[in-house]
Design a protein around this ligand. Structure first.
Ligand SMILES: [Zn+2]
Length: 425
């Protein structure tokens, strides 16, 4: 058991010690603000104070309870690695706790101007401090925590650390179950007429052939995903919203419901709240309940359609609807580590200065990054290798309709297979 002396134990220090010692380096610990208890303890120990022979000197960040602008975020070099919050302590010359806290709470999003967000409200990568020397390409929180682990091991070889196990998951957004199937007579005829008047002959032919069951629906790749699920943990996020700007129509027909129920028998089926639910949070519950009724299971996992996760409102809304796990933290068009993390961890709401019941599951790799530039496939492998090195969980984001939209279904299936093969090798 490691003993840590901390003069002012705050909600932030309690939270970050929990994340660092229970999630990142996994070793039992105890925090005390009693100098006597600390002095008398025979455990391996260090102090998180300005003085003390073996210490990490705190920056001001964790003793505060409000969100501050103008935090010094200068990068420093140490042991071939970039660090924040230089404080020159004996155990580590950086405040590793403030550094990890800053990254994983997404502090920079709370202090950013409106121009740091795109038209949907998504934080722009080029406005992040992590663009400095491509720090977003590394699992920084893990790397910093590993340095702390090394320093503790050097001083106290008797400390035991539990090893985490590497794992891989494939998370699939199902914006629309089918392109043409089960849409009803009126919608189908309207769709065909629209395509004819726009001169989209090829699409029109595919639609007719799908309806006549001469061809498989182009969005119906669920048999392919089922095969992959033998190799990797598969999670579907299903959009159940109504037709609106940036939202497809969810068709609540018996055959569609039956199909979703089948998916839930073999894989995990979670909610993909509509774009409209960002403006009307009641829709999250309505859509969630609709899906729960279909699969006859309670749903506590979610990923927002369009990946809009504006903090803190978005997570506060999820918590009100009994969602306990979110998968929206990652870059839309880039592979990397938006929170510096590659394991699930509890979300700390900076606006209320509180640890919450919500668990964040960051994702690291997306189909859209490869769609943007196929050379990014190499980058995907590098990201996977880094996650393997820290025994994290690689989370791959894919869209169920991507194969159809790309008009080269086989090629894109083989790309996904290569990624899964690398992730599970
Ligand atoms: Zn979506």
């Amino acid at each position: 058991m490691l003993t840590i002396y901390c003069e002012h134990i705050t909600k932030r220090t309690e939270y970050i010690f929990d994340v660092v010692f229970n999630y990142l380096i996994k070793t039992p610990y105890k925090i005390t603000n009693s100098k006597q208890e600390f002095t008398e303890s025979n455990n391996p120990k260090f102090s998180y104070t300005y003085e003390g022979e073996l210490n990490i000197i705190p920056s001001a960040l964790l003793s505060q309870s409000s969100i501050k602008q103008n935090i010094d975020l200068t990068w420093h070099n140490h042991n071939n690695q970039k660090w924040l919050f230089k404080t020159n302590g004996e155990l580590l010359p950086f405040d590793v706790f403030s550094s990890i806290f800053y990254l994983i709470t997404r502090y920079e999003e709370y202090t950013a101007n409106d121009n740091a967000f795109d038209e949907h409200g998504r934080f722009l990568l080029d406005k992040s401090i992590l663009t400095n020397h491509y720090q977003y390409k590394k699992p920084l929180a893990h790397i910093w925590a590993a340095e702390l682990k090394q320093k503790l091991t050097d001083k106290f070889p008797q400390i035991q650390f539990e090893e985490r196990k590497y794992s891989a998951e494939l998370t699939v957004d199902v914006d629309q179950l089918y392109a043409y199937k089960n849409r009803g007579v009126i919608n189908t005829l309207a769709g065909i007429l629209k395509k004819l008047s726009a001169g989209k002959w090829k699409q029109c032919k595919t639609q007719v052939n799908t309806i006549l069951q001469r061809k498989n629906d182009p969005f119906d790749n669920f048999t392919f995903f089922k095969e992959i699920s033998k190799e990797v943990d598969l999670k579907y996020f299903i959009h159940c919203g109504a037709k609106a700007k940036n939202d497809p129509r969810f068709i609540n027909s018996n055959s569609n419901k039956k199909r979703i129920k089948q998916l839930a028998e073999n894989s995990k089926v979670y909610i993909h709240p509509s774009y409209k639910s960002l403006r009307n949070s009641k829709l999250i519950s309505i859509e969630k309940e609709k899906l729960e009724l279909i699969i006859n299971k309670k749903i506590e996992h979610s990923r927002q359609h369009y990946l809009v996760a504006k903090l803190p409102k978005y997570y506060q809304n999820l918590l009100k609807t009994d969602i306990k796990h979110d998968y929206s933290q990652g870059y839309v068009l880039e592979n990397g580590f938006k929170t510096g993390m590659c394991i699930p961890y509890p979300y700390f709401d900076l606006s209320n200065n509180l640890k919450t019941q919500l668990t964040i599951h960051p994702f690291h790799v997306t189909d859209l990054s490869i769609l943007k530039n196929e050379k990014n496939l190499q980058d995907v492998y590098t990201i996977i290798d880094q996650i393997k090195a820290v025994n994290g969980t690689i989370s791959i984001l894919w869209h169920s309709d991507l194969f159809a939209l790309q008009n080269s279904s086989e090629k894109w299936k083989s790309i996904l297979l290569k990624i899964v093969e690398h992730a599970t090798a």
